[in-house]
Design a protein around this ligand. Sequence first.
Ligand code: FES
Length: 85
Amino acid sequence: MPIYVTFLKSGKTVAWDPAAESLLDFAESHGLAPAFSCRAGVCNTCLSIMKSGAVTYAEPPLMEPGVGEVLLCCSKPLQSVELDI
Ligand code: FES
């Protein structure tokens, strides 16, 4: 089943590219500019609201995001996701 990423604030829904390193990279490749700093799951700058879906982390982030939150820099979608960016 294809995975779609919806950027709610930007009004875009695009098919996930499995070659993308992270949701942050993927968002940037579609013209978005989410805030980031470390790009390694440490600083929480990229913490964003995830309205639906589920993600997996390459390495467990320093602080586990809460329910409905996602660290864009180190996550990939497991299923279609809706992000509030
Ligand atoms: S940019 Fe630092 S945790 Fe994502």
